[in-house]
Design a protein. Structure first.
Length: 256
């Protein structure tokens, strides 16, 4: 038997305000090693470990009938995804430096295109949104979470592309706080019509890491010194928070 432990709801329909649903449960037959999750045309297999499974499924707007299945065991759950209508939301941005093609640093053979970046960021934001809701509910605060604009092609948070007036070399020459302040001003000017009720989560494309001299004695500070354009800052400007992330690990983000 397949038993669903989360979402915890005994009603016929389970209502969600976010598109990436988290399903967790357990099985009574300890020989089951995986669960197939069938949502619309998509079928994904998730492992069962010590009788427990966890899975994620992307929902379409409206009613979604999702089946959990293994052999002749099955359970169907009906999830209703209703995107909230609000003036207040978080807007992810992929910031491309001036005179840059927008690709990010990655190992050879990895897709490091702009399209890949925005899809990876979109799924990462969806994971943050979903697990915030799950954790809030664990503390009996209801499945509350923040809102993102949705890319209807993938039914995941939409990451916009923002072209900066600063070159990569100019960004490398700035301190962390100078870079944050200058980018915040650029973004505030570009989005001045809604900067008071939208929070911006900006990811910058041009971080460069040189690990040539890496050894086992390196600490976090050594890694930062080997990284050009590092920043991870969230502050308040003009009464609206903005967070800027500069990463060298976009290639490690999952995407779908």
């Amino acid at each position: 038997m397949i038993i669903l432990d989360y979402p915890r709801n005994d009603t016929k329909y389970i209502y969600l305000t976010y598109s990436l649903a988290y399903l967790a449960g357990h099985v009574t037959n300890q020989l089951i090693d995986h669960i197939d999750v069938i949502g619309g045309p998509a079928i994904q297999s998730w492992p069962v470990v010590k009788g427990v499974f966890k899975s994620l499924v992307i929902l379409e707007s409206g009613v979604n009938s999702v089946k959990l299945k293994h052999g002749y065991y099955s359970k169907t759950v009906v999830l209703v995804y209703s995107p909230p209508s609000s003036l207040y939301y978080i807007q992810p941005l992929y910031v491309i430096c001036k005179n840059s093609d927008g690709i990010f640093q990655s190992p050879a053979g990895k897709d490091n295109s702009i399209r890949s970046a925005v899809r990876r960021i979109g799924l990462g934001c969806a994971l943050l949104q979903t697990f915030t809701a799950v954790n809030m509910e664990d503390y009996n605060l209801g499945a509350a979470t923040f809102t993102f604009p949705i890319d209807e092609t993938f039914n995941l948070p939409q990451c916009n592309i923002f072209h900066s007036s600063y070159t990569a070399e100019e960004m490398y020459s700035m301190s962390t706080h100078e870079l944050w302040r200058n980018l915040a001003k650029e973004i505030a000017k570009a989005y001045d019509h809604n900067f008071n009720h939208v929070k911006y989560l900006a990811f910058i494309s041009c971080t460069s890491y040189d690990g040539t001299n890496y050894n086992d004695r390196w600490r976090h500070s050594d890694v930062i010194r080997a990284t050009k354009g590092y920043i991870a800052v969230g502050k308040v400007l003009y009464a609206s928070p903005m967070c800027v992330q500069l990463r060298v690990c976009y290639h490690s983000y999952s995407y779908c």
